[in-house]
Design a protein around this ligand. Structure first.
Ligand code: AMP
Length: 175
């Protein structure tokens, strides 16, 4: 039987050796081309938020913005982008972290989160978990409470869930 998960998985394209040899890149642009798949994915992400109060959605540059914005708009709450250094125009908090391929710094506007805000964090892929962990740290440093970290997919073989295991995690797809 073709389940929604089966259907959704069929829209993810595996790209071998991108951006470096040995990495299988999970390309979601093929999913974004299908309104049906976008709806399925959004429904899946929302299904695990039904009884949860969310004040704000924080999503991670750049592929986290697609569903992060859809989630915020559907939940009728404000959206806050996490960006690479130098992109946000006002005062920021920054956090450095290790990636599956390299290291980086992320930033969030300092006034994005108020103490006690219930925050949903979204990104496209949970791989080694360094990115999501960095964002959790920034949100908590501003006093936010993380209600859930959600992802289009998590790559369990990279064990990123271990880095953010103190927070509820949901992924529409698991590999
Ligand atoms: P990580 O910090 O290792 O969990 O990496 C998460 C970030 O890197 C996400 O923002 C993803 O967009 C990207 N990423 C890492 N690995 C992959 C992959 N195999 N396929 C697609 N995106 C990836």
């Amino acid at each position: 039987m073709k389940t929604p998960t089966h259907t959704l998985k069929s829209y993810i394209t595996d790209v071998q050796d991108f951006p470096k040899k040995g990495i299988v890149f999970k390309d979601i642009t093929s999913l974004l081309q299908s309104p049906e798949a976008v709806s399925l994915c959004l429904e899946s992400l929302l299904s695990e938020l039904k009884d949860k109060k969310i004040d704000k959605v924080v999503a991670i540059e750049a592929r986290g913005f697609f569903f992060g914005m859809l989630l915020a708009q559907t939940l009728n709450v404000p959206f806050f982008p996490v960006r690479k250094p130098g992109k946000l125009p006002r005062k920021v908090v920054s956090q450095s972290f290790d990636l599956e391929y390299g290291s980086d710094i992320l930033e969030l506007h300092e006034d994005a989160i108020k103490s006690g805000d219930k925050v949903l964090i979204h990104d496209d892929v949970l791989a080694t978990g360094g990115t999501a962990e960095a964002v959790c740290k920034m949100v908590e440093s501003l006093g936010g409470q993380i209600v859930q970290c959600n992802f289009i997919m998590k790559l369990n073989f990279l064990e990123g869930f271990k880095k953010i295991q103190s927070y509820p995690i949901y992924a529409a797809l698991t590999y």
